[in-house]
Design a binder for this molecule. Structure first.
Ligand code: ATP
Length: 230
């Protein structure tokens, strides 16, 4: 008989950060897919703060938050929160690091909460350069979504990082049996889509067949009525 897990998580929270300039169908599909596959109880979407010391994002923080609300309101079966902690810190000219964002979240939830940090394969390649990246494995499980054009390239990443990644590789059920440290590469969906390409397409062609297919309808209407990316 399998032993009862000693540390079964009481709640699983999916954490997904990004610029979301704008949020697109790739983001929505990723969150929906992972939320269902890992049976998460809650989703935290965390838009990055507006950079104050370098060329900024195109849409304002308020617009990106509004678009996220529109994109996720009808699509998720579980509670979701657009968490503005990184935007708030940026307004005070405080830099945000994912490790601190996760630490803040840990303080808001019961200790028996499992967090799943969701990132795309492009971000995975940089993960070992993020501030205190080792701690990320002690704060959350890490799920990487495959992305066309980006392989994980484990052989090019630091050994210590690869070891933690491979050590954590386990089945999906194990993500509920502890609160952090498990890892998973999700290959079940791979949208060839980026916000950069969408912005370029909107700037060059306005609302085209492509942008209509890649952006949630309500977000598209919002973009149009606020003349963003024209
Ligand atoms: P940009 O083109 O402006 O850099 P983006 O489309 O990559 O934007 P972000 O807002 O930076 O979107 O992404 C948020 C998170 O979603 C990141 O972890 C990123 O890797 C991931 N992501 C975005 N698009 C995809 C995709 N098509 N497949 C897998 N992951 C993705």
């Amino acid at each position: 008989m399998k032993p009862e897990p000693l540390l079964a998580a009481q709640k699983t929270v999916l954490v997904f950060g990004g610029s979301f300039d704008p949020v697109h169908q790739g983001h929505v599909a990723m969150v929906q897919h992972i939320a269902e596959r890992f049976a998460v109880d809650e989703v935290r979407i965390i838009p990055a703060g507006q950079p104050w010391q370098k060329a900024g994002l195109v849409a304002t923080a308020e617009q990106r938050v509004a678009m996220l609300e529109l994109a996720f309101a009808d699509t998720l079966k579980v509670d979701f929160i657009i968490d503005q902690q990184e935007i708030d810190r940026a307004k005070q000219q405080i830099a945000s690091y994912t490790v601190e964002t996760l630490q803040n979240l840990r303080q808001q939830y019961a200790p028996q909460t499992a967090f799943i940090l969701l990132i795309g394969a492009d971000q995975f390649r940089n993960l070992s350069t993020w501030k205190n990246w080792q701690q990320l494995f002690q704060l959350a499980h890490i799920v990487v979504a495959a992305r066309p054009g980006y392989s994980l390239q484990l052989d090019e990443l630091p050994g210590e990082f690869v070891q933690l990644w491979q050590q954590g590789n386990d089945d999906i059920a194990s993500f509920k049996q502890c609160y952090f440290g498990k890892t998973w590469l999700e290959t079940g969906l791979a949208w060839d889509i980026s916000a950069t390409r969408i912005r370029a397409s909107l700037q060059q062609q306005g609302q085209s067949k492509e942008s209509i297919a890649l952006i949630p309808r309500k977000v598209l209407d919002y973009l149009q009525s606020h003349s963003i990316y024209n």
